[in-house]
Design a protein around this ligand. Structure first.
Ligand code: AMP
Ligand code: MG
Length: 521
């Protein structure tokens, strides 16, 4: 029988297991020796439920409509008897530098729900100050909350490993933000997203304990994490550490491969935003690629170095895993074992990536000839400013027999952001000819190859300009676009969302919040 959220019995595994500060605090403080500090959501004045994921609610055993007491919980205005809310303590490398203690500055975990032998941590994002808020207010604005709410669900339905979003609440309170970091702060609507994942553990939870030399806490976090989420690992001692790391590494490789498949750029791949479970977490200044641009970073803070650009994501993941491995060294006698395993990420990723790419192109194998073609094709997509999503869709329907240049260009004409020169048209045409030749040597039949391509190439992606428009409209009381996007994202491989099957409009290219974003949220 489905329940209301307020009648659910929450577990408090994390709080019960570890050392922490057991007094609720909202004052910024360093918490050495602690893996968490007790927290309490700060009340909001006039909460309204904007959206609720009935599907995720069902997974959690919740009713399809929430009563007012449950909504109060999601707004941070009510805490039930079985909840022991806390903010986790973690550190992180931000933009390549160790930033020391960070922690849940505006996320509060209410507790864990257990259902069908699965654990679900329920966390409110934007519910007020914690011990880790530093100078922040612990709040989130509606525009960034709409982005996290819709995007985490969009990624879920795309089949990308991710945390999920249960609800979006307008708090009725205003929040002061300097969106462009130019001294012009303004009030915006505040909101709270309830996020759900088996755990929000990050590389940074381990790293802070390593940095502080807290060997015992590190050992208990390792034991608990492996027993709870990696119970299939049966080894012990050094071997267990290596087996655990290998699993994190493989999951990270799968996650990044999926980002590359759908054209997702996270934007802030700091180690405090890297999930130990290999999930996409902390949706901030992310973006899908519109025109295929490997150098694109959506994060204005990242512009000088483009550290977190689309094509850099695999190597940054590797760098992050190296930093993660360092934090596990105190658990081992023979460090060399782990150092060897760290290097294996490259081969996990290579194999995941080329398998994914062969599916994207509907090819049965992806050897040197195909890899060479891929490099040239991607260079061409970049240089000619081709829309990534549209390109792969039109590629599925391509005429398999020989065609003229003009017919080929016409078939793809909706994909180009700029007018092609004669030589560009020729370059594109020649590559499509090479592709057709690869197809002809393929062991998949025509229909089989199309089917694989349809499953591997999304037709609907949640473009930044759509998110921007949806939240602007929502602020003015019109939820039509928000609702349409929420529907479309549930079937991203179908034609259901074809209303949005077009490239980014020109007006959105330079507009703030549509292409580039700041971390202000
Ligand atoms: P992010 O870049 O969003 O991953 O955040 C980095 C760190 O800043 C995390 O520890 C967040 O909890 C904290 N943080 C970000 N925004 C706020 C805010 N408005 N109030 C308090 N802490 C924040
Ligand atoms: Mg974060």
């Amino acid at each position: 029988m489905p329940d209301q959220l307020h009648s659910k019995e929450f577990k408090n595994n994390f709080v019960n297991m570890f050392n922490g500060v057991d007094e609720v605090s909202r004052n910024p403080q360093q918490t050495p020796g602690s893996l968490y500090t007790r927290a309490m959501p700060s009340a909001v004045s006039n909460p309204k439920l904007i959206s609720y994921s009935i599907d995720l609610g069902e997974v959690l055993g919740l009713n399809s409509t929430l009563d007012s007491e449950s909504i109060e919980i999601l707004a941070g205005n009510r805490v039930t008897k079985t909840m022991i809310p806390y903010a986790a303590c973690y550190g992180g490398y931000q933009f390549g530098h160790w930033a020391n203690q960070l922690g849940d500055g505006r996320a509060i975990t209410l507790g864990e729900l257990e259902r069908k032998n699965q654990i679900f941590e329920i966390q409110l994002k934007g519910s007020g100050r914690t011990a880790y808020s530093r100078r922040g207010d612990g709040r989130a604005v509606l525009r960034s909350s709409v982005r996290e709410y819709l995007m985490s669900e969009a990624m879920f339905y795309l089949g990308v490993p991710t945390t999920r979003a249960l609800s979006l609440v307008d708090t009725g309170d205003k929040v002061l933000r300097d969106m462009f970091y130019d001294g012009n702060a303004d009030y915006e609507n505040g909101a709270i997203v309830a996020r759900v994942a088996p755990s929000f553990l990050r590389f940074g939870n381990f790293q802070i304990l390593f940095a502080r030399g807290e060997a015992e806490n590190l050992k208990s976090l390792f034991d608990w994490t492996t027993n709870t989420f990696f119970s299939f690992i049966t080894s012990s001692g050094d071997e267990k550490v290596v087996d655990f790391f290998r699993e994190v590494s493989k999951r990270t490789s799968k996650m990044i491969t999926e980002w590359m498949r759908v054209g997702f750029v996270h934007g802030v791949m700091n180690t405090d935003n890297m999930s130990v479970l290999g999930l996409t977490i902390d949706y901030g200044p992310f973006s899908f690629l519109d025109n295929f641009d490997p150098t694109f970073t959506p994060n204005t803070t990242d512009l000088p170095g483009r550290r977190y650009a689309f094509a850099s994501q695999p190597s940054i993941a590797f760098w992050n895993l190296q930093r993660f491995a360092e934090s596990l060294m105190p658990l081992m006698n023979d460090h060399q074992l782990l150092e060897n395993e760290v290097e294996n990420f490259k081969s996990y990723y290579q194999s995941d990536y080329f398998k994914m790419m062969s599916n994207k192109f509907g090819l049965s194998h992806f050897d040197s000839e195909e890899r060479e073609f891929l490099i040239e094709m991607e260079n061409c997509l970049y240089e000619l400013e081709v829309d990534m999503t549209l390109f792969y869709q039109y590629l599925i329907d391509i005429e398999r027999s020989e065609q003229t240049k003009d017919a080929t260009i016409k078939h793809f004409e909706d994909c180009f952001y700029s007018k092609l020169s004669e030589s560009q048209e020729r370059e594109f045409y020649n590559l499509i000819k090479i592709y057709k030749n690869l197809l002809s040597k393929n062991s998949f039949g025509h229909e089989e190859s199309c089917q694989i391509m349809r499953k591997s190439n999304p037709r609907f992606i949640l473009r930044n300009y759509l998110l921007h428009e949806a939240s602007e409209k929502l602020e003015s009381g019109d939820s039509t676009l928000f609702d349409e996007l929420y529907e479309a994202l549930k079937n991203p491989y179908s034609k259901n969302g074809d209303k949005f099957f077009k490239k980014r409009p020109e007006w959105a290219e330079k507009k703030a919040g549509c292409s580039m974003l700041s971390c202000s949220s």
